[in-house]
Design a protein around this ligand. Structure first.
Ligand code: ZN
Ligand code: ZN
Length: 181
């Protein structure tokens, strides 16, 4: 069997950084060929302003966080296809490669690692469900967001768990560390 070469974690991290930059540049060209930015978040803002906010979300490029997760899934799928001629391929765990497992053990797409919007904005989101939060009436569920303290019903199943609160705090802290470096 062919020995597998494992690049160091520093190389992997640097490679992912470069890949994310190149992907951003490519995606910016797809959505706005004349754009001078290679930052998808910046381009989202520019397009949003240029259309005077009258823009469907599908007309905007994915944000950097979503794009990064998409690149992870693409990389994973490519790795599977590269093994297509191997009779019993060793398949790595998709968890952490843009997918996550839910309570019943099934796989679910992990769309993003951070928040879909700044906390100040999320805290203003609320639904007016009276008895139960369910689709299509609940705006929180429709936008794939957890219910907030502003929602009318405070006992629905769409409340954020304490575990998720802790993860959100950890993510906020790691963001701060990056900015300091
Ligand atoms: Zn609701
Ligand atoms: Zn709600």
């Amino acid at each position: 069997m062919r020995p597998t070469r494992r690049p160091s974690s520093v190389l992997v991290k640097h490679g992912m950084y470069l890949l994310t930059y190149l992907m951003q540049d490519f995606v910016c060209r797809l959505y706005a060929s004349s754009s001078t930015t290679s930052d998808v978040n910046e381009l989202r803002y520019q397009l949003f302003c240029a259309e005077r906010a009258e823009v469907e979300s599908s007309q905007l490029p994915p944000c950097k966080d979503c794009l990064h997760m998409h690149v992870l899934r693409t990389n994973y799928q490519t790795a599977i296809w590269r093994r297509c001629l191997v009779s019993e391929p060793v398949v790595p765990d998709p968890k952490g490669c843009g997918w996550t497992t839910v309570d019943d053990g099934s796989l679910e797409i992990e769309w993003m690692q951070g928040s879909p919007a700044p906390d100040a904005v999320l805290q203003l989101m609320s639904c007016k469900c009276a008895h139960i939060c369910k689709l299509p009436a609940c705006v929180c569920l429709e936008n794939q967001l957890k219910c907030t303290d502003m929602c009318k019903l405070q006992t629905c199943t769409n409340q954020r768990s304490e575990d998720e609160d802790e993860v959100a705090v950890e993510l906020d802290e790691s963001d701060t560390d990056d900015e300091e470096n």
